[in-house]
Design a protein around this ligand. Structure first.
Ligand code: SF4
Length: 621
């Protein structure tokens, strides 16, 4: 009988105890005496968020297909249990075996957003593992990081033994084989790291040094260990159709954020919006075959009992087999009470035909992301959308019976003027006006246009990586300009406008482009009690500002300055295929308000063709 790590007494008094007991449908149990490697796979946030992450399900399934590896899951304990565990010195444990994480060979942490950094320290700390890699002994698990934030790992470098840069399906087997052989030959921790750093895509921070210029910018980053490469090349799965995919994902006992079968239709995006990091990191675009996706739909609905399927990717409307896939899913499953959801649809690819089949018009609202109000700004960000596309797309939806539309925008973009800010309200009003062009007797009551804006954060490996940010006060004053403009609109009764919090934006901006020095702020904030910073109810800006003060790290240096075009970036040691020269060209084209065609219209020579497949080798229009 599996003994739970938490007593009944504790389980009875904490929120949602099902977060901590494991044993869910499709979770994998193995005999730990019959395996060589124990891998604890962690999403540093609460169970409901972590369980919804497709990447974790893919790696969990892939690792457990190996006979010699047992991969188990671990998530951040919520605040109530965190307190009890510290008071009663209960070590963090894995869900399957309920064993302490410190008994494992690896603690693998997926890093999806900067505001989870203090949770990473929480997980390492509660596991009884020293926070700093340099303080770890032969008995401590190897702490490995991956995911989008690993494309600038420097702010958290000192907390990790190594990083996996790129898609996990390519060299994880090789890494686990190297570890197993090293263990079998009684090799040391350092021996393993020296062998690991020779695997393409693996980065061992301890094997590099960084020197700085007087102004605080980076002078140079260079390997200090003879085995470590100068450049670390990202990992890409070119044949996504035949890559491992979880046909029996773990099904949670409690409601989680994404409670459905997720079909990843492709990786990458053909568009090239200049603010979008994923759009550059996951190049080139690679589609999964529609026949394979149909098979997965059958198998995954059967193995999970889920009642919904979601088609996921960065831009699902660009998936070339979308119509065939949606028609198949509707024919096969609609009659069986299975819902189909299509999250990311572009307004210029809005297909009334597809949408009306998958969505209940009465209940739902449609979401579109013009990102900028004026055509000038949409050209600067290379959104590739005209006002006509937006009005026509909304018009189709209204003709189709929808009367609620959400519009997403960003504020604080490079080159943004007051006129561009006001244009957000003007565009939203034009969308409402399009609705009221429909004869009254054919309308579906009053329309509601909800516009919301987040604040732009420059991210590594984007054409906007050189851009400056603004202060919290400056962001709020920009939102106020937009708010005021909404009050001036004709259809203001049908319009709503809201904006995101700017304090989190400012912090995220520091760590998105931070260097190794910023690790001190993260650790200090953690010591001051910061965790769950991506949750409004637990985010504490005062503690963060105190952490900057206590460590003397200058926030303005990281946010409030435009970078020199030749500045050395903390992430320049990573090769993602897309070249810095291409990004410089795109930065210049943004400043000139020039649009770059998408990959299917014309190749713009970003450098990703080097991988020898995907959209780069599709025949062009
Ligand atoms: S090489 Fe060309 S087609 Fe390929 S991803 Fe880059 S821009 Fe697109």
């Amino acid at each position: 009988m599996r003994k739970l790590a938490l007593s009944d007494e504790i389980l009875m008094k904490i929120e949602k105890p099902a977060r901590y007991i494991g044993n869910e449908l499709n979770s994998v149990m193995k005999n730990k005496d019959e395996i060589d490697i124990r891998f604890a796979m962690c999403f540093p946030d609460v169970y409901e968020i972590g369980m919804s992450h497709l990447g974790i399900q893919i790696l969990y399934d892939m690792f457990n297909r190996r006979k010699d590896v047992w991969c188990e899951r671990v998530y951040s304990p919520w605040i109530d249990l965190d307190k009890i565990m510290r008071e009663q010195k209960i070590p963090l444990f894995a869900l399957e075996s309920q064993d302490p994480i410190r008994d494992f060979d690896f603690l693998g942490i997926t890093i999806q957003y900067e505001m989870c950094y203090t949770n990473i320290l929480q997980v390492i700390d509660l596991s009884g593992i020293p926070l700093h890699a340099c303080d770890r002994t032969e008995d401590d698990p190897i702490v490995i990081g991956g995911g989008p934030c690993a494309y600038n790992p420097e702010p958290i470098a000192e907390f990790f033994d190594l990083f996996y840069i790129g898609e996990g399906e390519t060299v994880y087997d090789e890494l686990l084989d190297v570890y197993k052989a090293n263990k079998a030959s009684s090799g040391s921790r350092k021996d393993f790291l020296e062998k690991a750093c020779q695997i393409e895509g693996i980065y061992v921070p301890a094997f590099y040094d960084v020197t700085y210029n007087e102004d605080g910018t980076i002078h140079e980053m260079y390997p200090t260990n003879e085995h470590a490469p100068v450049k670390v090349k990202k990992q890409v799965v070119m044949d996504v159709t035949n890559a491992p995919y979880p046909e029996a994902p773990v099904v949670p006992y409690i409601k989680v954020t994404q409670d459905r079968v997720v079909l990843e239709v492709q990786r990458g995006c053909i568009r090239g919006c200049r603010f979008c990091q994923a759009g550059q990191l996951y190049r080139p675009t690679r589609e999964r075959s529609v026949e394979t996706l149909k098979e997965y739909a059958y198998k995954m609905l059967k193995s999970t009992g889920h009642e919904e399927i979601s088609l996921s990717s960065l831009s699902t409307s660009d998936y070339s087999e979308l119509k065939e896939l949606v028609s198949f899913l509707i024919e096969e499953f609609r009659g069986k009470g299975i819902n189909i959801s299509l999250p990311s649809l572009r307004i210029d690819a809005f297909s009334l035909d597809v949408m009306s089949k998958v969505q209940d018009i009465r209940k739902s609202s449609l979401t579109f992301a013009p990102e900028a109000g004026s055509q000038r700004m949409r050209n600067v960000i290379n959104k590739g959308l005209t006002e006509e596309d937006i009005i026509n797309g909304a018009g189709q939806a209204f003709e189709g019976g929808w009367n609620k539309v959400k519009l997403y925008f960003m504020l604080g973009l490079p080159e943004e003027t007051e006129e561009d800010m006001e244009a957000i309200a003007v565009l939203a009003d034009k969308v409402a006006r399009r609705y009221y062009e429909i004869p009254k007797d054919q309308r579906n009551g009053k329309c509601q246009i909800t516009a919301s804006s987040s604040f732009f954060i420059p991210k590594p490996f984007t054409p906007f990586q050189w851009a400056r940010m603004y202060t919290n006060e400056e962001y709020i004053s920009r939102a106020a300009i937009v708010k005021h403009a909404f009050m001036e609109q004709l259809n203001r009764k049908s319009l709503r406008y809201n904006w995101h919090d700017a304090e989190v934006t400012v912090l995220e901006g520091v760590f998105a482009r931070g260097d190794r020095k910023t690790a001190r702020v993260i650790e200090e904030a953690y010591r001051l009690g910061c965790i769950y910073d991506s949750w409004t109810e637990s985010f504490d800006n005062e503690k963060w500002m105190k952490a900057f003060k206590n460590t003397g790290i200058d926030l303005a240096f990281y946010n409030l300055r435009e970078r020199d075009i030749d500045e050395v970036f903390p992430w320049d040691f990573i090769d993602i295929g897309v070249t810095k020269e291409f990004l410089k060209r795109e930065w210049k084209r943004a400043m000139d308000g020039e649009v770059t065609p998408n990959c299917r219209e014309k190749c713009s020579g970003c450098g990703a063709a080097g991988w020898g497949g995907g959209v780069c080798f599709e025949s062009k229009n």
